[in-house]
Design a protein around this ligand. Sequence first.
Ligand code: K8Y
Length: 623
Amino acid sequence: MSVKAEMSQESQHGRWSISDSEEEDNIIPPTPQKPSVTPSIKPNLESKPSKITTILEQKPEQSPNVNVNHVKEPSAPSIGSEARQAAHGNQINPVKYESNPSPALKRKRETDEGGWNLSSSDDEETRPSVPKNEPKKVNVSPKKKKTEHTRPPSPHGACYYKEEPADFFETNLSMNDMYRFYLNKVTGIQKKFNTGALHIKEILSPMFGMLKESVQFNYCFDIPWMVEQYPPEFRDKPVVIVHGDKREAKARLIEQAKPYPHITFCQAKLDIAFGTHHTKMMLLWYEEGFRVIILTSNLIRADWYQKTQGLWMSPLYPRLPEGSPGLAGESPTNFKRDLLEYLEAYRAPELADWIDRIKQHDLSETRVYLIGSTPGRYQGPAMEKWGHLRLRKLLREHARPIQNEERWPVIGQFSSIGSMGLDKTKWLAAEFQHTLTTLGRAEKSLPISQPQMHLIYPSVENVRTSLEGYPAGGSLPYSIQTAQKQLWLHSYFHGWHADVTGRSNAMPHIKTYMRISPDFTQLAWFLVTSANLSKAAWGALEKNNTQIMVRSYELGVLYLPSAFNMSTFPVEKNAFSGSASSKGFPVPYDLPPHRYSSKDQPWIWNIPYTKAPDTHGNVWAPS
Ligand code: K8Y
């Protein structure tokens, strides 16, 4: 019997807890060797993101949603019968809510391994979210709170993942595809809101090409799950995994892939402290040609379940005639050159064949600009190759000036936040806001007031009432150590509201940036990227602004109206409810943004929230 099934039975006996700090230590890890259908990751109970205490009174059967709660057999490893034997009373042993790797878990593991303590004398400010001096164990007493009857029932019953409906994988891209910008499908929302959205299984399906080989660039991988996302007929085609893992994390990744001889690895060099390989990209080589997907989702199930994620899918790039020069097949946006430069920055022999292959294809139909970050310290003309100075250069050269531009706000929307110093003058306003507010120069260029900057990041209430509940906060890793140093930042914050997409309750892991008209109907540009609001991602100037230092790999695509023969993009009001096609841009959240109320706080992942239960009846008590 599976753990999840057992949890469901346990829950029929009333309140229970899946978390108890004492019992946790008694858990016997599963045997590492698993059949290939289950991840062979050992749940690392030391480093799980949180304890989850269920205070759900209502039986799953009483849930009005019970009929849609067909619970899947878990594809995650079970914690084994030892754990069950140790269970007693109405408590069972702690179970990580998800045994698959999560980015949060990964980050924590990196800390445990000392990965973040290695160096960086240079910059205390960019220290990542979980510091080395974090208390070992907060003694959370898993008090089983009394529940009121007003508490919302769990939409999923006691088991975490519910089955996707039968028609979940039906693809319908009839609508607005001129931008090639898509959201992921979300389980548990009205069907109409998944129209035109894509699940990873669809992206990898024969519908988009007969796959020969692929490369998966990402941060977090569940390899058995990833293999299952490929259709059976392509499942043993060669896959290269490009990752940034070192030491123990790298060993675990390689161990996961042991049952799959078609998978090989490319470790991205990360020579600057605190850098991460965030880039999320698929290179798909088909019988018919070649395709690029640039996205925001990790290759783990949770990232494709109930989060809002975005992606750009390239056109199908045909092969160039034999003997064409490598520079042929360029797009008006120089996408081919920029993609090759990005790949060359890895200086990885494992990518050499792919670089040659791309050279042999015609990428001329591409309408987006590539914006990447690769780790390094750059001077002179190289300063504009990566990060926010790359964005600044593209906006300067290709975004037309607009009238009253000082009244056109910029919006940044992200799922994590780095340290940006004591006040806005340290980086946010001095560098980043300057970049976001750059446009091509008008005739006259008088000093003007800075346009407004709205930042969108989920509030505690957004997370609490989300489809996933508090566990969604495991992918929003803003730490208390960082947050408490920059309370000034929070005055820019706006909540996550996405009624237009049906995804108000699907927390964002997408990251977007844009410039918009004062009435929120026209876009000067739009960017979807892996880059969060951090100096590590976007780069920070050094040495009297003669050098930019970038820590991480990031990748995104920029939409500029000039590449679509437009002066601005109209904002599409009904892009996400399966309605007609138009030339409007499908902005994936509600406009205008709603500022935090005086009671709202930004989600901080490593402090407890125990005063109010989430959508599953749980509280959040991080260890
Ligand atoms: C790591 C990912 C994400 C965020 C900082 C804060 C730390 C941080 C992180 C992996 C992912 C994400 N870490 O300084 O940047 O944000 O790839 O999912 O939310 O995308």
